[in-house]
Ligand binder design. Structure first.
Ligand SMILES: [Zn+2]
Length: 343
């Protein structure tokens, strides 16, 4: 059987040596490697030979197959002809090469990195937390008790089972719980941002998705005032969108900050004149913020008499959409290459 295989090998090498065009190569490929080839028949017969011989013959069959197949592949690609300095007929080596398909970061990730860069330059550290979060961290410690109406606004996906300490879990509705987690291992002064994916039980439309990205910010130190907060966010927005953008501060309510504010910026499309994009108001809502509520500071084991701080949360999808003027949040999660390849 061994000599038979060697004979096939020799025959194949000889036939391949003279093969010049792809038709001949394909014919030889079928003849030596096809289902009806002699090699295939020998491989089938292997069960009839002595047991201890089987691995030796099996290996030989594979070696012969691999060698023949490699030569055919090389010939098909014209490598052999190039090595000899003689291009195969029909081989135009002046044609441009086929560019490899190179991927890139998702626009949301790109935008997230831009935001991180701005805050890192202002001395912030970047912290992450889990997406499956205990209700205690997601709501309770952020001053949102169980019967608080704002829990309804942040309806999410609840997990049935509890852990050994009787904690219930949810897919986090915001990145704010990372504040509490981060403060378990830190003492003021702190300056951090916590970007990440969050979840809501939403009916999806152009402006809403069941999962999206947020970035939380937290600063705690002595004598932190609301003017520090407004100044920081104004600088951030101007770094991101340019110095021509104006901001506007409106009072708002969040359970975890007191006082709480919303920050609007002048519309990028009409520069404040009013257009359909900004619903004719000239302003676009951008983020929510406020001074950290004393109860939340206490939950972080920080003395509210000694320290104060501010926190803010921004929707990364929304910022990205404003920046690139994307009109449907669902595009980001569609996996549609026609969208992704534009960034
Ligand atoms: Zn506008």
């Amino acid at each position: 059987m061994k000599s038979k295989l060697e004979k096939i090998h020799k025959e194949a090498l000889k036939a391949l040596k003279d093969a010049k065009d792809s038709d001949t190569l394909e014919k030889l490929e079928r003849q030596f490697l096809g289902r009806k080839a002699e090699l295939a028949r020998i491989a089938k017969d292997i069960k009839n030979i002595a047991k201890e011989q089987r691995p030796v013959i099996g290996k030989l069959i594979n070696d012969v197959k691999r060698d023949i197949s490699a030569i055919i592949q090389e010939k098909k690609q014209g490598k052999e002809f190039l090595a000899k300095g003689r291009p195969p007929s029909g081989w135009d080596y002046t044609l441009p090469a086929i560019a490899p398909n190179v991927g890139h970061l998702h626009p949301i990730t790109q935008f997230l990195e831009t935001i991180e860069d701005i805050f890192i330059k202002m001395g912030y550290e970047v912290v992450e937390g889990p997406e499956l979060e205990s209700q205690k961290y997601n709501f309770d410690l952020l001053n949102v008790p169980e019967d608080h109406p704002s829990r309804d606004i942040q309806d999410t996906f609840y997990v049935d089972k509890k852990d050994a300490r009787n904690n219930s879990y949810v897919l986090r509705t915001h990145t704010s719980p990372v504040q509490i987690r981060a403060m378990k291992t830190r003492k003021p002064p702190v300056r951090l941002i916590a970007p990440g994916r969050v979840y809501r039980n939403e009916r999806t439309d152009a402006g809403h998705e069941t999962n999206f990205y947020q970035c939380e910010g937290l600063v705690i130190d002595r004598n932190i005032r609301i003017t520090d907060l407004i100044g920081t966010l104004e600088l951030f927005i101007k770094r991101l969108y340019g110095d021509n953008v104006n901001i506007r501060v409106r009072p708002h309510f969040y359970p975890f900050t007191e006082p709480s504010i919303d920050i609007d910026m002048s519309c990028l499309l009409c520069a404040g004149e009013g257009c359909p994009f900004c619903k004719r108001s000239g302003w676009i809502e951008t983020l929510g913020a406020g001074m950290v509520h004393p109860n939340v500071l206490k939950n972080m084991k920080v003395d509210p008499k000694e320290y104060s701080g501010f926190a803010f949360g921004l929707g990364i999808d929304r910022f990205m959409m404003l920046y690139y003027q994307v009109n449907d949040i669902r595009l980001s999660y569609s996996g549609d290459l026609r969208f992704i390849e534009q960034f």
